[in-house]
Design a protein. Structure first.
Lengths: 360, 317
C-alpha cells in the first residue's frame, strides 16, 4: 500500500519520550467586569503524561476542569502557566501565539457533539478531503487524485463506515456514524495524539461501545495515543490503560485503570466509584458513609499514609503517595492537602449537612 | 373517593396498558411511535421502560398522562388506571387524575420550575389548586415536603436559580409526590445530573417509594440504573417491546440481541476487561413479532438469527 497509515518516525525523538506531557498546567478565567480582578481557577498545577500508544482517561464530574484541560492542550484556550510537551517539544514556546499547522498534524480533537461539529451543508467527503489537503496528506503531483481517493476510502473503512457514505450529508447519518466521520477526519491528518472529549455521551447507548471499540482498535493498529475525557468511570475502565481523576481543577489520583477503580485511595475517587450504578455490586447507598466521604474530600484531617515513614504528608504541597504495587503507577494526592474554599463541585454542593470549613 | 384509595394495596394492577398504538400523523406520511404495546404495573411496583431516543418510551408516558398533542394520536388500545378508562376521561376528570392519581417528573424537570416564583410559592400552589387548602396550611405542607427530600425548609423562600441542579430535581420530585399519587412516572429523572447526585436522587426515590407505597413507571436508557431500581422492566425498540421480565432476569440472561447491545453499552466496574459489543452501525430490527415466553415471566420477541450474527460481527470489526 502506497500510504502507510502509521505516522512516519520523527527524528531525534527517543522511544521513551512520552507522546504528550503536561507539566504544571494552570488556567484561570477572569470573571466579573472589565476592571475586576476576580478569577476562577479552572486548572491548577496539572501534570499528566500520555505514553506512546497509551490511552489515558480523565474522569471527573461536570465543572471539574477536564474539558478546560483538553481545550488548553488543544490550544483552543491559552493556559495561564505550565508547559505542554508534544514529542518532548514545548509547543507553548514553539508556537507562541496560536497552534501551528505542524501542531495540528500531531494532535487532533474529537468533540462531544457530532451534530455540531460537522457543517451540515457539506458532504462527508468534503470534511475528509479538506483535512487531507490542508495537511498535505492527500498525495502530490501525478496521480494525486487517485491517491486521495484511495486514502478517503481507506479512512472510511478504518472507522467502519461504508465507502459510499462519502456522498452523504451529515443529516443522513446517525449520531454514531457522524462521530465515526469526526474520528476519520481526525485520522486523516495521521496524528500521534487524539484528544476525545466525551466522544460518546451524545450518542445512543447501543452504539456507544462501538465507538469505544473503534478507538481501542486505532490505538492497537496505529499506535495513536489518546486522552479520553469522560464522566463515565465504567467506560474509562473499559477503554483506558490509565485513569486520572480530576477534582476542582487538580488531579487527585492516577493509576492503572483496573487497579484505580478496584482500590480507589482518594475520598473523591471513592465517592465517584461508589456512585456508579452497577447491578453486579451488592450493597446499597449509605448516606452516612457518603457524608464521611464528602467531609474527607473537603476538609480531611487524616491521611492514610500518615504513619508511613517513606511517604511524607503535607497539607501545603500536593504530595503524591504511591498506592500498592509500583507497577500500577497508582498514586494519590495526600489527603491532608485541601481544596480551595468553594472548590466543591456539584456533587459536593448538594450536601444538606452543615458546610465543611475549608482551611484556607 | 379517589382512585388511589380504591386501588391501593390490592392485587389489581394500578395501571394497565393494552395494545397501545400511537401514531404521529403527517401530511404525507405517518409514523407509528408506539406499536401495539401492552404492560401493567402492580401496586407498589417499580416498572422500568428502557430504550434509547426515539423508541417511543416518552410517548407512552405522555399517553398515560393524556398529554399527547397533535399530530400524535392514539390509534388503538386502552389505558386503564385503577379500573378507570383513562382515554375516556373528561377534562374535569383529567384535571383530578393528573397529579392526584398520576404524577410525572419530566426529563430535565429541574428546568420546569418557574424562575420568577419562589420554590415555596410553586409548591404551595399544588395544595391550594388541587387540595383546596388555605395558603398558610399549603406553605406548612410545602415545608414538610422539602423535609421529605432532605432540603432545608428555609429554602422555600429561594428562587430556583439559587438551588443546585440536584436540589431542584429533588424539589420537583417532592412536588410530584405532594398529593400522594398512586403512580409516579419518572422520565429520565437524572439524565442531566452528575453520577453522585444521580445516586442520591435514586436512593431518595426508593425511600419515598417505600414510605408512600406508590408505583413507579421508570423510563431511562441507563440499563444499570434501571436494573438497580426496578422490579420488572421492558425493553423497547422502534415502538415495540422486545423483551420484558423481572429486572434481574433481564440483567442475568438478556434474550434479545438489542437488549444485549444495551447491556453491553454499560461496562461493568468489577472483574476483568471483557470485550463488549454494541449494536453495529446500521443494524435495524424490523417487523418485530409479538413477545413469546422463553422462561416463566420472561418474554422475548422472536428475532432473526441473522440479526444476532450481525451484532456479533459488528463487535468484531
Amino acid at each position: 500500500m502506497s500510504h502507510a497509515v502509521h505516522s512516519p518516525a520523527r527524528p531525534n525523538v527517543s522511544a521513551h519520550t512520552p507522546a504528550l506531557e503536561v507539566r504544571g498546567l494552570g488556567k484561570s478565567f477572569h470573571t466579573g467586569g472589565l476592571f475586576s480582578s476576580q478569577a476562577v481557577r479552572a486548572l491548577h498545577l496539572v501534570d499528566l503524561t500520555i505514553g506512546r500508544g497509551e490511552i489515558v482517561a480523565l474522569v471527573g464530574e461536570s465543572g471539574s476542569g477536564k474539558s478546560t484541560l483538553a481545550r488548553c492542550v488543544a490550544r483552543l484556550e491559552k493556559p495561564s502557566e505550565g508547559e505542554i510537551l508534544l514529542d518532548g517539544v514545548d509547543v507553548l514556546k514553539r508556537d507562541r501565539f496560536q497552534a501551528s499547522r505542524a501542531f495540528r498534524s500531531q494532535l487532533q480533537m474529537v468533540f462531544q457533539d457530532p451534530f455540531g461539529s460537522l457543517n451540515p451543508v457539506h458532504r462527508v467527503e468534503h470534511f475528509l478531503r479538506r483535512s487531507l489537503m490542508i495537511h498535505g496528506k492527500g498525495g502530490t503531483g501525478q496521480g494525486s487524485e487517485e491517491q486521495t481517493r484511495h486514502r478517503l476510502e481507506e479512512l472510511m473503512t478504518t472507522v467502519g463506515l461504508q465507502v459510499d457514505m462519502l456522498n452523504s450529508y451529515p443529516h443522513e447519518l446517525s449520531g454514531g456514524q457522524r462521530q465515526r466521520v469526526a474520528i476519520a477526519r481526525a485520522l486523516a491528518v495521521e496524528p500521534e495524539v487524539i484528544l476525545a472529549d466525551e466522544p460518546t455521551s451524545m450518542l445512543d447507548v447501543s452504539v456507544r461501545i462501538g465507538v469505544l471499540n473503534l478507538m481501542r482498535k486505532l490505538r492497537d493498529e496505529q499506535g495513536i495515543s489518546m486522552l479520553y475525557i469522560t464522566h463515565d468511570l465504567a467506560s474509562a475502565r473499559y477503554l483506558a490503560d490509565r485513569t486520572a481523576v480530576m477534582f476542582a481543577g487538580e488531579i487527585v489520583e492516577e493509576g492503572e485503570s483496573l487497579d484505580l477503580l478496584a482500590n480507589p485511595a482518594h475520598p473523591y475517587t471513592q465517592l465517584l466509584v461508589s456512585a456508579v450504578p452497577d447491578p453486579a455490586r451488592a450493597g446499597s447507598y449509605d448516606p452516612v458513609h457518603r457524608a464521611t466521604l464528602r467531609q474527607a474530600v473537603m476538609a480531611s484531617t487524616t491521611c492514610a499514609f500518615e504513619n508511613d515513614p517513606d511517604q511524607r504528608c503535607s497539607s501545603g504541597e500536593p504530595v503524591r503517595h504511591q498506592v500498592g504495587d509500583p507497577l500500577n503507577r497508582h498514586w494519590v494526592r495526600c489527603h491532608l492537602y485541601r481544596p480551595r474554599a468553594g472548590a466543591g463541585g456539584h456533587a459536593l454542593a448538594t450536601e444538606p449537612l452543615p458546610e465543611p470549613q475549608p482551611a484556607d | 373517593m379517589t382512585v388511589s384509595q380504591t386501588s391501593f394495596g390490592s392485587h389489581e394492577p394500578v395501571l394497565d396498558v393494552k395494545n397501545l398504538t400511537v401514531k404521529y400523523i403527517g401530511d404525507t406520511r405517518s409514523t407509528t411511535a408506539v406499536d401495539n404495546v401492552s404492560f401493567s404495573i402492580g401496586a407498589g411496583e417499580v416498572f422500568g421502560l428502557a430504550g434509547e431516543s426515539g423508541c417511543g418510551k416518552s410517548t407512552i408516558a405522555n399517553s398515560i398522562m393524556r398529554l399527547l398533542k397533535d399530530p400524535a394520536k392514539i390509534a388503538a388500545g386502552s389505558i386503564s388506571f385503577g379500573g378507570k378508562d383513562v382515554l375516556a376521561m373528561s377534562q374535569g376528570e383529567l384535571r383530578r387524575f393528573r397529579w392526584q392519581d398520576v404524577a410525572m417528573v419530566f426529563q430535565s424537570a429541574m428546568n420546569s420550575l418557574n424562575p420568577v416564583l419562589t420554590i415555596g410559592e410553586q409548591m404551595a400552589d399544588i395544595f391550594t389548586t388541587h387540595a383546596g387548602y388555605s395558603r398558610k396550611e399549603s406553605l406548612r405542607r410545602a415545608a414538610q415536603l422539602l423535609e421529605l427530600v432532605r432540603i432545608d425548609p428555609a429554602r422555600l423562600k429561594s428562587y430556583p436559580h439559587q438551588l443546585s441542579g440536584g436540589m431542584r430535581q429533588r424539589a420537583v420530585i417532592a412536588m410530584a409526590v405532594a398529593l400522594k399519587p398512586s403512580l409516579l412516572i419518572l422520565d429520565e429523572p437524572t439524565t442531566a445530573l452528575d453520577v453522585v447526585v444521580q445516586q442520591e436522587i435514586m436512593a431518595q426515590i426508593k425511600d419515598l417509594q417505600r414510605e408512600l407505597g406508590f408505583s413507579v413507571l421508570f423510563i431511562t436508557h441507563d440499563m444499570s440504573l434501571m436494573v438497580e431500581l426496578s422490579h420488572r422492566m421492558a425493553v423497547m425498540y422502534g415502538g415495540r417491546i422486545v423483551e420484558t421480565a423481572k429486572a434481574h432476569d433481564v440483567y442475568a440472561t438478556p434474550g434479545h440481541p438489542y437488549t444485549q447491545a444495551l447491556m453491553g453499552a454499560f461496562p461493568p466496574l468489577t472483574g476483568p476487561r471483557i470485550p463488549l459489543m454494541g449494536l453495529p452501525e446500521g443494524v435495524k430490527f424490523q417487523n418485530i413479532p409479538d413477545l413469546a415466553e422463553v422462561a416463566p415471566g420472561h418474554f422475548v420477541a422472536p428475532f432473526d438469527a441473522d440479526a444476532e450474527t450481525a451484532v456479533f460481527e459488528g463487535a468484531a470489526q
